[in-house]
Design a protein around this ligand. Sequence first.
Ligand SMILES: NC(=O)c1ccc[n+]([C@@H]2O[C@H](COP(=O)([O-])OP(=O)(O)OC[C@H]3O[C@@H](n4cnc5c(N)ncnc54)[C@H](OP(=O)(O)O)[C@@H]3O)[C@@H](O)[C@H]2O)c1
Length: 294
Amino acid sequence: MSLPCLSLSDGNSIPMLGFGTGTAWFKEDPGEPFNLKLVEVLKTAIQRGFRHIDCSDIYGTEEEVGIAIKECGVARKELFITTKVLEGLYGIPTAIESSLSKLQLDYADLYLIHSRSIAKDLSDLGQAWLAMEKVQALGKAKPIGVANHQRSHLEEILKVATITPAINPLEFHPYLQRSHYENYLCWMREQGIEVASFNDLTPTRKARPGPLNQPLAEIAAKYGITENAILIKWQIDQNVVPVTTTSNTSRLSEYLAALDLMLTVEEMEEIAQIGLTHHFRAWAPDRVDPDDRS
Ligand SMILES: NC(=O)c1ccc[n+]([C@@H]2O[C@H](COP(=O)([O-])OP(=O)(O)OC[C@H]3O[C@@H](n4cnc5c(N)ncnc54)[C@H](OP(=O)(O)O)[C@@H]3O)[C@@H](O)[C@H]2O)c1
């Protein structure tokens, strides 16, 4: 098993499978106690081969990630730590200091504006982006990027940017491919913006039953692998960086098995085409029009 990396437009690269510390690990109440189980699962994930860990100032899990990094036995420079700013959007210089302090790190391997949702005005995104550029200039973050940004938000940022956002994580899976809306993925890549994904496993989880269950089961049976692994590889093979998670260490090997899988062109296409017949948005569906596939 080798962990492939995706080159970013700024010359850095990102490991193509991430372990998320939101969702299953998210602390609804910031007063929740330190989560020792997360530290142990993270250490196991790193020991089994994960290198890319995904955090945010909103998840409440940066301290656990910091301890896992210290205790995992893998050198800091071998790891790729992403964190994001949401709560601190209007105070990015302070927000990055706070995140780095909790993570016990000098720099983040990737720093993202988590969402445009708390921006009071579209033009505030441009100002926030200029603050992100300063964070990078100070050496506090290597690549910088955004998450959950639609085309209009990126266009606002690109009006003022001197550094192009390196990546934009989005909910992305066969039922929400985003490509046929102004060919959004293509457009981002033309700007030099790569794509990462979350809610990757939606067709096997939240959108079950759906038209892909049977085809995925058949492909999985052919390779003696799980449907989750097929979905992860389907993303990697189109240069989208999947970020998944688990609270259950037995699922780690299932996810990592995707890296040794070779899907045929026909299987990739079958998943894409069947996926396009069914629209499903798992994350914050109430924030967008039900027919909006962007
Ligand atoms: N940028 C953003 O705004 C944003 C938004 C959402 C998420 N994220 C990031 O992406 C990460 C992953 O998000 P996600 O959790 O939505 O990803 P996902 O990869 O779609 O789902 C992972 C979850 O699927 C569950 N699962 C997998 N196989 C299962 C099965 N056979 N039966 C039952 N449950 C199964 C796992 O549960 P178990 O825990 O039981 O294994 C795990 O919690 C987050 O932790 C976060 O870091 C970012």
